[in-house]
Ligand binder design. Structure first.
Ligand SMILES: N[C@@H](CCC(=O)N[C@@H](CS)C(=O)NCC(=O)O)C(=O)O
Length: 337
């Protein structure tokens, strides 16, 4: 076990960036706690950090008394501090940033999450998350406050959806932005000969793509399934990840529990040849009760909730960002030929 100060992650396992950070922590055998609400210390750090869009931006990683934002920077920091196993061996920072940008390019699929019936499913899925922290009080307070984070994410997704137009998301963003980014990684996999994206060793890119897959295949973005079907080598890569002993103890690899994914991976053989993977982690009755109590409390003081939401919204760049994306999407045209 490496010598380490307390490490804490603020974030939820529905976020690809948070997942990437947790996967890196797992690979390096580091101990960490994780909460789905930021708490005052993290909110203050988020409010002051240039890389954070809001006090609620996730992931934030506390390493002792230092707080980091930006998934790629966090993973790079962890790799420098805990080099075993190395995740960036022989990779120039510019090259890493360019590949990581492809993850950002594919990150349109969360906009499916507040479509129709999923408006309700969204709230339900957030109730299933389980925080991990040695302090009961920290877990309780975080779960009780989580509905506000749900509301925050729900608001920014719904706002972006309206600006961009739901039809454009399916007909333009997924095929013309998400698919080319996925193809980028499929080509890389083929060029390097697999089984990992950079060849025979797991790297920061496997961690990044596996993080994205956890978010895509978390039940709220199923429109992306036929898009991944266009990159069959990536399904095979996912099977390799699912069977890798590196993740057997990791209980947040939810792509394993998606029935449509299991169906697609069946042809590659059983999910676990040797040691069976651990059961996935879902919130139990106490977590659910606390989350819905928090939701009820938030509704009971609706004017205060609305005011807090408005105050946070006023400070972010999301509105301008969504407008810009809507403009880009409007001009996207399928490439001919
Ligand atoms: N650049 C960030 C992106 C993080 C990001 O987009 N986080 C989303 C959740 S998946 C978020 O927290 N959005 C709400 C906010 O920033 O207030 C990173 O790579 O760490």
């Amino acid at each position: 076990m490496p010598d380490q100060p307390p490490i804490h992650v603020y974030g939820t396992d529905h976020s690809p960036w948070v997942q990437a950070v947790m996967l890196a922590l797992e690979l390096k055998g580091l101990e960490y706690s994780m909460t789905s609400s930021p708490g005052p210390r993290t909110m203050k750090a988020g409010g002051n950090a240039e890389q954070a869009e809001s006090e609620f931006t996730m992931p934030a990683l506390w390493h002792g008394e230092t707080c980091f934002y930006e998934s790629l920077e966090i993973i790079r920091f962890l790799d420098e501090r805990y080099p075993d196993p190395p995740l960036f061996a022989g990779v120039e920072p510019e090259e890493a940033a360019a590949h990581w940008q492809q993850f950002r390019n594919m990150f349109d699929y969360p906009l499916m999450r507040t479509a129709g019936f999923r408006n309700l499913r969204f709230w339900y899925e957030w109730s299933l998350m389980e925080d991990e922290h040695p302090s009961f009080f920290a877990r309780f307070a975080s779960t009780l406050g989580r509905p506000f984070i749900t509301l925050w994410m729900f608001t920014i997704i719904t706002m972006a959806r309206r600006q961009i137009g739901p039809d454009n998301i399916v007909s333009k963003m997924l095929p013309l932005r998400t698919l080319p980014a996925l193809k980028h990684f499929e080509r890389l996999l083929q060029k390097n000969g697999g089984p990992f994206l950079l060849g025979d060793k797991m790297s920061y890119l496997d961690v990044g793509l596996l993080g994205q897959f956890q978010c895509m295949l978390g039940n709220l973005s199923d429109e992306v399934l036929p898009i991944i079907d266009e990159c069959p080598a990536l399904w095979e890569w996912l099977h390799v990840q699912h069977t890798s002993p590196a993740w057997h103890a990791y209980r947040r690899l939810y792509s394993r529990s998606h029935p449509a994914v299991a169906e697609r991976l069946e042809k590659f053989g059983p999910a676990s040849a040797n040691s069976p993977p651990a059961e996935m982690l879902y919130g139990g009755v106490a977590t659910q009760a606390t989350y819905w109590l928090g939701t009820a409390a938030m509704l009971a003081v609706a004017p205060v909730t609305g005011l807090a939401l408005w105050a946070a919204f006023r400070k972010t760049r999301f509105k301008a960002g969504a407008k810009m994306t809507a403009e880009v999407v409007r001009h996207l045209e399928p490439r001919s030929g």
